[in-house]
Write a protein that binds this ligand. Structure first.
Ligand SMILES: N[C@@H](CCC(=O)N[C@@H](CS)C(=O)NCC(=O)O)C(=O)O
Length: 262
């Protein structure tokens, strides 16, 4: 079995046991302009690492683009094949995928190197997105739902589109409630479902993953989260539609179909 197959195999095992539990992201620092943390919004300080194959990372790319923060957050895109974790393309790589460049700050070859630089004892998953602080040589945050809030709230002094607010105070409770419910049903449900489908052809036995995912689809439509149907575009669709779209395209299908079940 390939490394990718093994990784999906672990997810499938969780699925067969009845539940896929996504581990909490570990680096949860906040950039704040009020000075209450060690991380201030500054130019030439932060760097974003993403995969174009990752819907969570896409949230950060969308928010960065919509706020006009491209100059504040340079981006490095990993190779989309996740063999033994996300890796960077190398200088001498033949046919690197579009937009993928070697890791510019340290010459690293994989995302895991960043995690170990931030914490040599780190023993969690090596996920993207990663928001890196060049000044303190550490990971600020690796949780996309928090990174997009920082990009929205804390960088308005530098943002080209500072007046766009995707997390308006009066809607935060509603956005957080919907996002939380989607995290547990739709987002994890898709992962659950795709992994299971990749391993097992008997879809009838997949009822739990199937219903949690498709119930969430229905909820999407009912609450207007699926597409920006409401007049005001907020983080609600940002937090779910990438997942809806990306997981049903050939991108995720590739991840799923490369699984070799035991
Ligand atoms: N909660 C994280 C989840 C990120 C995540 O699961 N990213 C996946 C790609 S879609 C990843 O990097 N997985 C690598 C791994 O688990 O080894 C977030 O939203 O930022």
């Amino acid at each position: 079995m390939s490394a990718t197959g093994k990784q999906h195999g672990a997810v499938i095992e969780d699925v067969i046991k009845g539940r896929f539990q996504r581990k909490e992201s570990v680096f949860r620092n906040w950039i704040k302009k009020d000075g209450s943390t060690n991380f201030a919004p500054e130019l030439d300080r932060y760097h974003l690492y993403v995969s174009l194959a990752c819907p969570w990372a896409h949230r950060t790319l969308i928010t960065r683009a919509m706020k006009g923060l491209e100059d504040v957050f340079p981006v490095t895109i990993v190779h989309h094949h996740m063999a033994n974790g996300w890796r960077f393309v190398t200088e001498d790589e033949k046919d690197p995928p579009p937009f993928c460049l070697p890791e510019p700050l340290h010459g690293f070859t994989s995302i895991r190197d960043l995690y170990f630089l931030a914490n040599p004892e780190y023993n969690g998953r090596f996920t993207v997105p990663v928001l890196w602080d060049k000044k303190m040589s550490t990971i600020v945050n690796n949780e996309s739902s928090e990174i997009i809030v920082m990009l929205n709230n804390e960088f308005n002094d530098f943002a080209k589109n500072a007046s766009l607010d995707f997390y308006p105070i009066e809607m935060r409770k509603e956005i957080d409630t919907v996002a939380q419910s989607f995290y547990n049903t739709f987002n994890n449900g898709v992962r659950f479902f795709v992994s299971y489908c990749a391993a097992i052809s008997d879809l009838d036995s997949n009822s739990s993953a199937f219903s949690s995912t498709f119930n969430a689809f229905t909820q999407c439509r009912c609450t207007g989260v699926a597409l920006p149907q409401r007049r005001k575009l907020t983080m609600k669709p940002l937090k779910s539609w990438r997942r809806q779209w990306i997981c049903w395209t050939k991108n995720y299908r590739r991840h799923a179909t490369c699984v070799v079940p035991n």
